[in-house]
Design a protein around this ligand. Structure first.
Ligand code: SF4
Ligand code: FES
Length: 254
């Protein structure tokens, strides 16, 4: 499909800080190329706002190629927009039509307070990672080459699939309970499946789940919305694996 220019309306959440109540504001943007990305469209809007002497819209982004997980936008009622399996930065304006109204909101979850406009604070995820999302490596000079440790192919594949989680938070944003269990399940699973992750396995799952609860994320009620909206196709199986790990770790601690 060859690129064309479209005129769109935008309804965007503006909020000065987490203390501010916030509200939607309406904008018109003309001559948007359907070849541009969604974030380039927001850049174009911000240029227009700056030229009009108005404050640009704050939104998060970094890699703009689906890797960093920063571009956390709720677009027309869906995290990362209408297409599946992609992040907001991979969404293109060809997914919209001339005359469309696009509603853009930040992630809405108690554990992700709004910093400004469309930017939320996702450091709760960092604190969960710090609680156990790592492996200890012997750096004394006797480190074993990872390739020397045999790993069943299925386990390696499942671990790689879990490690694809980019920590974007779409799973939390779409969950009616604000649950982070798909994220934590992925982070626990990527290590639980590998021999390198066994040493701290019990501590890891207990500490990460404890931190998840302390951050104010809700519980999982198996709705499955997280799996549907995850841009990296993280499977619900990871939540089941985390629950198994948790039960086993808890039982052996007693
Ligand atoms: S599980 Fe999916 S939706 Fe959740 S943080 Fe990871 S990549 Fe994002
Ligand atoms: S900006 Fe990095 S994933 Fe979108």
């Amino acid at each position: 499909m060859s690129a064309q220019n479209i005129n769109i309306k935008l309804k965007i959440w503006r909020q000065q800080s987490d203390k501010d109540k916030g509200n939607f504001e309406h904008y018109s943007l003309n001559e948007v190329s359907t070849a541009s990305s969604f974030l380039e469209m927001l850049d174009q809007l911000n240029e227009q706002l700056i030229n009009e002497g108005k404050e640009p819209i704050a939104f998060d982004h970094d890699c703009r190629e689906g890797i960093c997980g920063m571009c956390s936008l709720y677009i027309n009622g869906r995290p990362h927009g209408p297409d599946t399996g992609i992040t907001t930065c991979q969404l293109h304006m060809r997914s919209f039509k001339d005359g469309d109204t696009i509603v853009i909101e930040p992630w809405r979850s108690t554990a992700f307070p709004v910093i400004k406009d469309l930017i939320v604070d996702r450091t709760a995820f960092d604190r969960i990672q710090h609680a156990g999302g790592f492996v200890s490596v012997n750096t004394s000079g006797n480190t074993i080459d990872a390739n020397a440790i045999p790993i069943p192919k299925d386990d390696a594949d499942d671990s790689f699939a879990a490690a694809a989680c980019i920590g974007c938070g779409a799973c939390v944003a779409t969950c009616k309970n604000g649950s982070a269990m798909l994220f934590v399940g992925a982070k626990v699973s990527q290590f639980a499946l590998l021999p390198q992750g066994k040493t701290e396995a019990k501590r890891r799952v207990l500490n990460m789940v404890k931190q998840m609860d302390e951050e104010g994320f809700g519980n999982c009620t198996n709705t499955g919305a997280c799996e549907v909206e995850c841009p990296k196709g993280i499977s619900l199986e990871n939540i089941a694996r985390m629950n198994r790990e948790y039960l086993c770790a808890g039982a052996s601690e007693k």
